[in-house]
Design a protein. Structure first.
Ligand code: SF4
Length: 333
């Protein structure tokens, strides 16, 4: 179950004596939006403006909008800070999972078996923000089982933290490890790790109480991406998409890519918007899209687009400037 630190939220609003507060929450918490707002309003007397545009990371900070609306404070739920100074005072309130001990135990037991079977003793451990408070405890538990555990420190992330666009923490220690263990749910992050760390990657899933080595999923993804890159190679018209979100904006890269595609005789156009919604491209005559924004869009949402969609790393493969053996998820950090 997700835990929300409402005490800190309320205490900050009170200490700042804020009368107008902006709230930004991740999609997964929208069902709790009215509950959260009600509590803030009732306990502080402040008026709350809730942003309802989808927010998937702290790369998409709502500070400019909040300032425009006259808010004195922004409560950003779900993520830790990754951008520089905010335009108005901002409090980051990450969510934490309340884990079920039994499921975690089962997952750990399975991981122990898998690591032993592979004769792997040194493990690089990492997770996403929701599970970060558990990491040291997990390190101890694996240490007790006789493993040597490494937790790396990266750029723009906490020790041991990975984001869908930043694997620097795990990359800093993976070279010294026999394997990487990703603690969390979902395949995106461990798959990203498997491409940038070149070590066996294990998923330790505390929600489902299981552990597994990622292999087939990695091969399947690679096959899908090869097919996508092939379509971009064949395309005669390419749209290069730039996000206007502060932490995802890569206008310079978009211009460089446009030149490269034009140099190969293709027509290339730069498009901009906050979110990349496939509907925004209805009627636009391009056969392929290069998304320079959040790497998850091209990898997770490709089926929503009628055009082929790739990230800049893949675009370079399509342009013949990179080999497929060098395939990695795109990173923004
Ligand atoms: S760019 Fe994507 S992966 Fe990175 S923080 Fe933003 S939403 Fe998360």
């Amino acid at each position: 179950m997700l835990q929300i630190d409402m005490k800190s939220a309320i205490a900050t609003v009170k200490s700042k004596r804020a009368k107008k507060v902006a709230v930004q929450i991740p999609e997964g918490l929208k069902t709790k939006l009215t509950e959260i707002v009600k509590e803030v309003e009732e306990k502080t007397g402040a008026a709350v403006f809730s942003f309802v545009e989808p927010c998937f990371g702290a790369c998409d900070l709502g500070d400019a909008w909040a300032k425009e609306l006259g808010a004195e404070l922004l409560l950003h739920f779900g993520h830790t800070q990754i951008l520089g100074q905010s335009k108005i005072p901002t409090v980051y309130l990450p969510l934490e999972y309340n884990l079920e001990g039994k499921k975690l135990e089962t997952a750990l037991k399975k991981l122990d078996e898998l690591l032993r079977a592979g004769k792997m003793k040194k493990v690089a451990l990492c997770t996403t923000i929701q599970y970060l408070p558990c990491l040291q405890e997990l390190k101890k538990a694996l240490g007790k089982k006789g493993f040597s555990v490494l937790i790396g420190k990266g750029k723009g992330a906490e020790a041991g933290q990975v984001l869908g666009c930043n694997y620097s923490a795990v990359k800093s220690v993976a070279g010294k490890a026999d394997a990487v263990a990703f603690f969390g749910d979902g395949l995106f992050h461990p798959l990203g790790i498997s491409f940038c760390c070149k070590k066996p990657v294990f998923l330790l899933n505390p929600i489902e109480g299981r552990a597994e080595q990622l292999k087939e999923q990695r091969d399947l993804l690679l096959r899908k991406r090869i097919a996508m890159v092939e379509k971009v190679k064949q395309a005669k018209t390419v749209g290069i998409w730039v996000s206007t979100k502060r932490g995802q904006q890569r206008a310079k890269l978009a211009m460089e890519l446009k030149k490269k595609f034009e140099g190969r005789g293709k027509a290339a156009f730069i498009f901009a918007s906050g979110l990349l919604n496939p509907e925004y491209l209805l009627g636009v005559q391009v056969e392929a899209i290069v998304s320079t924004a959040c790497p998850r869009i091209a990898l997770d949402d490709s089926s929503s687009f009628k055009q082929a969609i790739v990230n800049p790393n893949e675009a370079l493969i399509a342009l013949g400037e990179r080999k497929f053996e060098e395939f990695e998820f795109d990173e923004l950090a």
